[in-house]
Every structure is written in C-alpha cells, then in structure tokens.
Unconditional design. Structure first.
Length: 133
C-alpha cells in the first residue's frame, strides 16, 4: 500500500520530534548547538598536525578552535554507533555500494555514485562552514 511504512522504520514525525528534543537538551545542558561541520574541520586539523604541527599552530582558525577530541566528536561517534545498532536491530542493515533508488535512476556505477556523494558532501560542508557551522 502506498505510503505504508516498511517494518522496522520509525514514524518520521516521531523521529524528528525526538531529534529536536535531543538538540534542545544539548543546548540546555552544554550551551552549545549539536553540529558536525566543526568536528570535521578539527579532524582535518588533527591529521594535518601529524605532518606539519607548526603550520597548524599558526593558522588563525585553529588558534580559536583547537583541533581536539571533544564532546562533538563523541556526539558523532554516538550517531555512527547508534545508527548501526538501530539498523541491525530493525533488520535493515546491509552492505550496499549503490542504493536501489540510485541504481534505478542513474545505473549501477559505484564510481559515479561515489563522485556524486563526494561532490554533494563537499557542497554541504562548504555551505555549513559559510554559515559558521
């Protein structure tokens, strides 16, 4: 039946409301908004420190945002672990290089899919950083 949820999926309105409560709780408890883009930039800084620590220590951005593992890192690790466990529990977990919907519209090429995913992620990260996210 059209519009019927697959077994194991949450109602998107309930999931959205619960996600909103988590974000409100995060702001209330920590005074900071839950986000990911700063964590990715800090991660890049940590990787760059392995090769050129003196350069990172002189970069204006890393003078105010130290490349460290903090609560946002743990938040992202929690998202990764939580989504993995939820997919296992619902029985929907599977390794798939090209999702069915992508395959139906654009074909089975994993290279094309990877390039599109990389480009989309780059655009999204650029926008998030422009917004100071």
């Amino acid at each position: 039946m059209a519009g019927q949820m697959e077994k194991g999926q949450w109602n998107p309105y309930v999931a959205g409301a619960l996600s909103g409560l988590v974000i409100v709780g995060s702001v209330w408890l920590t005074g900071k908004y839950a986000g990911a883009s700063t964590t990715f930039v800090r991660g890049a800084g940590m990787i760059e420190q392995l090769f050129s620590p003196e350069r990172v220590s002189q970069m204006e951005y890393f003078l105010k945002e130290k490349p460290i593992i903090d609560w946002q890192w743990m938040f992202l690790i929690g998202i990764l672990i939580g989504s993995f466990l939820a997919a296992l529990r619902s029985g929907s977990f599977k390794f798939q290089g090209v999702p069915d919907m992508w395959r139906a519209k654009f074909g089975p090429s994993t290279i094309k899919r990877g390039m599109a995913a990389f480009a989309g992620g780059t655009i999204a990260m650029y926008g998030a950083r422009l917004a100071d996210g």
